[in-house]
Ligand binder design. Sequence first.
Ligand code: ADP
Length: 499
Amino acid sequence: MGELSYVVALDQGTTSSRSIVFDSNQQVVGVAQREFTQFFPQEGWVEHDPREIWATQYGTMNEAVAASGIDPARIAAIGITNQRETTIIWDRATGEPIYDAIVWQCRRTASIVDELTRQPGMTEHIKAATGLLPDAYFSATKIRWILDHVEGARQRAEAGELAFGTVDSWLVWNLTGGAVHVTDVTNASRTMLYDIHLLDWDDEILRALDIPRALLPEVRSNSEIYGYANFMGRKIPVAGMAGDQQAALFGQGCFAAGDAKSTYGTGCFLLMNTGDKVVDSQNGLLSTIACQIDGKTNYALEGSVFVGGSVIQWLRDGLGIISSSAESGQRAASVPDTGGVYLVPAFTGLGAPWWDMYARGTIVGITRGTTADHIIRAADEAIAYQVADLVEAMEKDTGTPLTALRVDGGATRDAFLMQFQSDILGKQVLRPRILETTALGAAYLAGLATGVWGSLDEISHLWSLGKQFDPAMGRDEAVRLTDGWHRAVERSRGWAQAS
Ligand code: ADP
């Protein structure tokens, strides 16, 4: 290979904007990160200021490139990955948002979803067309809310004066100085407005929510030149984008049907590439688009757990029984087992495969001998049990056993957790050398479109193992422990009362 070239990945997350400069050997040569403000205007509402999203993202891009010390002339492309579903509407003429970004976590539109799903056949239609279960989480009802609550918005949307976008669209718009209004198929597939089979916006859902098509971005593939950013006096192609979980799937080299990865961050997300087939889950998983490159679309099954690594933060900040996240694994390993204790971290209900919004956190099996270390271990183990439940749901839906699980995210630093995950699954757990797989996925997508990397095949050879965890526990023991977990889950379910 000749001289190194560079790709800048913009990783726009829920709490911070990050930029990472990778060289063509996928070494990280510069990183910058900035947090931004979370607004909670009412109970259950979450907003971001789109201008602050852009300012922090652009700021970190400048800082990361400066920190890397590279010549900006050697930057081949910019790739984007982003918090999904978060909804922004702006004025096409001025580029000014007409309202704050309504964040994926925001529950304000629950009643719009209830109204929508009261229409006969609508729930089935949404599931069939979009692969999603109707929920306030997705963008569709958030758009509807803004159009209903900002004066004159609907008329202006109909007249084509306004633009809707998820965060990817917003960043491309700003990077290109307002020249380009696009999204990619993975982000589109999280709006609950996009037909993942026909690869087009769905008129029936648009009509039901009274959302004009004129508002919507053009939907493009994950790897192509969308436009050019003016950066440090140069024009740099913006050439790849994908929602965060899909970018991580790509960054893990999961290009073939049956490949899966699990991300252990605040929550946990398991995605499996299902090839060119949309699998209709019978076990509470969502169908979504994994990736589209050169006209070829791959789909994925997705399962999510609400409380993953954040149960460790709760041990630290809520209970105060550990002083740092890193302590959790050591304390868990300091006892041979939990002494029969299970902790179900259903703090905000349970996601897949249970979908119980009335479940609440539970600790069961406490005896006189229970210590803080047992509780810590039970919390750590709970992360693994929840992911194991997702793996089981996925195997039932696809009829194919997972061979090995590729993992990433902050909590994969916990070696105890990774070993326990392997033990409970009875499968290999593979932790890559680069844990920044989300940003790496965005970089790969942008680099593929601009010749930094030649092919998927070349990229799949770049994946390299950091550490492998092999199952060491007998299957009988794993099954016995998992049965106990399921009994504990039963205790947590339906606890909160509907108000
Ligand atoms: P996100 O992208 O969702 O912010 P990250 O991938 O940065 O999440 O991971 C953060 C999560 O990982 C936190 O919830 C934290 O508790 C957990 N975590 C970080 N380091 C460790 C560790 N050494 N052991 C266990 N959990 C950890």
